[in-house]
Design a protein around this ligand. Structure first.
Ligand code: NAP
Length: 430
């Protein structure tokens, strides 16, 4: 029997396990620092996108197979070292995602009221690290920086009415804070133009169907319509939505303005954020943004920076600082150590992109480690954790936590999540 440890129980981790578990000679331990599995599916995917979250049922199927085990509430780096895992397992796969925000490197970015999307998304999704965030929703203006799908998620969540969260699993503290929110003007800032957005059509189209909020695009920002023919089909659909927002402005109490060619250059305020200074840009020949020197101000009591994510480095593991991911040769980091998903390729693609990625890394490591008797694996980890008085949360435990969350759901919502590790553990009597 060969033993594989996967660090991280999100999509990349479980898709890797899915391929590995087909080999009966492989035992897989999926280790997570939280007592609950599924990573970004639970704490990243928007709570009003339940159809995307439903993929967790597929991961559950993998987790329930005989040769896959969930080892929850075990923190790699604190409870057990990477070097110890490499010693114990025939292969260790880092599927740790990219949970840290890329820093917004402009003056004033440290003011209270400026937050990164990892924190804001974690807050409304009940990630224990961000449950106490308490974002400033008391001013009318919000600036959302970035032109990707995360910026769309953030703007949509800020714009929705309480009724529009029906059927979602947005957590109680966010539901209540958003219901009392004074936010009326949301600006989505893109440093480039409509043809350079990283927003997918379905997600963009949703902004056109909100109860009390309407998207606004300045027709002057749109390139000539004929140029859309040069775009790939998905992008063309996204730009068609922008054209429709520009052509059919609808008056609603909450506005979502697309500020294109708008580069935030400073954040100002007296002890907290009050405005964002934005420089107008143009595109150079290589479609990079160039400042024009002309600036304007956007009044905002909250700034959410949605400019991408980074994988936190682990001491001793080669890392590409510029790209914010582990340094690997197609996934091979060091002998016995691999990376998969965002930890390997950076924060790009959809949940489904991790499926072929996971399968490829699984096939690669299976070929590398060969067959036959392997290292101590599971038994070795159990002995090490026991010697440190660490009791992991099992998948069976998780299902009890899940049952308690489902039982606590209100108004037909799928679940009411626990938002602290203590509450999760209390649900299993610890
Ligand atoms: P993203 O798609 O990489 O978008 C990041 C945005 O930030 C880009 O518009 C980028 O502009 C901008 N940006 C970067 N640095 C900036 C700076 N210093 N100042 C101003 N703007 C800056 O990242 P994301 O939105 O975080 O999404 C991550 C991944 O998750 C993506 O693959 C996304 O599609 C996926 N996702 C999918 C869904 C969904 O399918 N429903 C939901 C959420 C996330 P430039 O292009 O000019 O660099």
């Amino acid at each position: 029997m060969r033993h594989v440890a996967i660090v991280g129980s999100g999509p990349a981790g479980y898709y890797t396990a899915e391929t590995l578990q087909k080999d009966e000679d492989i035992a897989v331990d999926v280790i997570d620092r939280l007592p609950v599995p599924y990573g970004l599916i639970r704490t990243g995917v928007a709570p009003d996108h339940q159809s995307i979250k439903a993929v967790s049922r597929r991961y559950e199927g993998v987790a329930l197979t005989d040769n896959v085990r969930f080892v929850g509430h075990v923190s790699v780096g604190t409870d057990v070292g990477i070097d110890e895992l490499v010693e114990l397992y025939d292969a260790v796969v880092l599927a740790t995602g990219a949970p840290n925000d890329r820093p917004l490197d402009i003056p004033g970015a440290g003011l209270p009221g400026v937050i990164g999307s990892a924190a804001f998304v974690g807050w409304y999704n009940g990630h224990p690290d961000f449950a106490a965030l308490d974002p400033q929703l008391g001013a009318a203006g919000v600036a959302v920086i970035g032109n990707g799908n995360v910026a769309l998620d953030v703007a949509r969540i800020l714009a929705k009415t309480p009724a529009e969260f029906a059927g979602s699993d947005i957590v109680a503290h966010a539901r209540e804070a958003l219901a009392a929110s004074a936010v009326r003007h949301i600006h989505i800032l893109g440093r480039r133009g409509p043809h350079q957005i990283a927003m997918t059509p379905k997600e963009l189209g949703e902004l056109g169907h909100l109860e009390r909020a309407s998207p606004r695009v300045d027709p002057a920002d749109l390139p000539p319509e004929g140029d859309d023919a040069l775009l790939e089909p998905g992008m063309r659909k996204s730009v068609t939505h922008l054209r429709s927002f520009a052509a059919n402005p609808v008056a609603k109490p909450v506005t979502i303005d697309f500020d294109f060619f708008a580069m935030p250059v400073a954040i100002e305020g007296d002890g907290k954020v009050q405005r964002v200074i934005v420089e107008r840009t143009t595109l150079d020949g290589e479609l990079r943004s160039r400042g024009t020197g002309e600036t304007y101000a956007i009044e905002a009591g909250l700034v959410v920076s949605c400019i991408g994510y980074q994988t936190p480095p682990i001491p001793g593991v080669p890392y590409e600082h510029g790209r914010g991911r582990f340094a690997s040769d197609e996934g091979r980091i060091l002998p016995g150590l691999y990376a998969v998903g965002w930890a390997r390729r950076g924060p790009s693609g959809t949940i489904g992109t991790n499926k072929p990625d996971g399968a490829r890394i699984a096939d690669m490591l299976l070929e590398d480690i060969g067959r036959g008797a392997g290292k101590a694996g599971r038994a070795g980890l159990d002995a090490l954790l026991a010697s440190r008085n660490i009791v992991p949360v099992t998948f069976r435990d998780w299902r009890r936590i899940e049952a308690a969350e489902v039982a606590a759901a209100i108004d037909g919502n799928p679940r009411e999540k626990f938002t602290s590790v203590e509450a999760m553990l209390a649900a299993i009597g610890r």
